[in-house]
Design a protein around this ligand. Sequence first.
Ligand code: NAG
Ligand code: NAG
Length: 296
Amino acid sequence: MFIFHSLLAALALLNETKEIAPGVYMHRISMGTCCGSDTTGVPGWIAAGGRGFDSAYDYGKQVSGGLQSDLAIAIAKAGMRREDVFITTKIPAGLGVSPEDCLKATVESTVEEVKRDLTELNTTYVDLILLHAPCPGGSEKNAILWKGLEEAKAQGLVRSIGVSNYKVPELTALLSTATVVPAVNQCGCSVQKHDDETIAFCQSHNITYEAYDIMKGCPFDDATVKSIAAAHSKTAAQICLRWALQRDIVVATGTGTDPTKAVEYAKEDLDVYDFELTPAEMDTLNGLGEAQSELA
Ligand SMILES: *[C@@H]1O[C@H](CO)[C@@H](O)[C@H](O)[C@H]1NC(C)=O
Ligand SMILES: *[C@@H]1O[C@H](CO)[C@@H](O)[C@H](O)[C@H]1NC(C)=O
């Protein structure tokens, strides 16, 4: 019985994680800790079985409750060991830094930025670190920042490295000088707004596409979404998350800013592995996005 249960648990984990770099398995759904969701939700996320966390150096500057040090404390308080959780963070490239300062970045200063994240997170390594956005200095600057992440990886400070808010031209330029292919590109993405060109580019280069703002662009009140939800006895939010998973997109999503509701939201967010949208439903949902972007 014990072996049977362990096997089931192992299979479930396989389903709920994705290998984003050799031997690095990322949880398909991580808890975001910014902008409508903060670290007060961490106990609820862990209680619901969540083990993935998404942070950034500048979240602590953007929202109260977004400090990485608070994230580290909350994870430890919940009894988690470092190896029990998957932590994604970002360094302030392009976002969270002035254009002038981004232009000053060197390989060495980039490694220092990574170390600053580790200090805030009270850890010796993170599982994934991203350049938060392209630098206004263009592809030459991005190449230097990327070299810094490659160096941090070589030093064992990070298990895998990636980018955020990159589009096809920036990715193409980066790939022309990169030694390590980005493991992940994290971008705003939802049923209502999806950049299919970048998604296709990433997937054809084996770069895992990750969505943020998935709930911001979830058409909760759309009659079609509601009927798909009813057909599966799920909520609209769960349909939006499942849509991403079936496009092989991993997700960072929030649990709100009210810790008393976090467990409930976390359970809902993570309860999306026991059903499947039909190809017709996927087509319908993909079409809602296109209709929306034509309007925008
Ligand atoms: C894509 O990346 C994963 C993770 O590193 C690896 O297991 C897989 O073999 C890669 N696929 C291709 C086609 O390179
Ligand atoms: C940092 O982690 C260590 C255990 O690795 C713990 O003893 C210490 O209290 C933590 N410090 C903070 C500020 O969270």
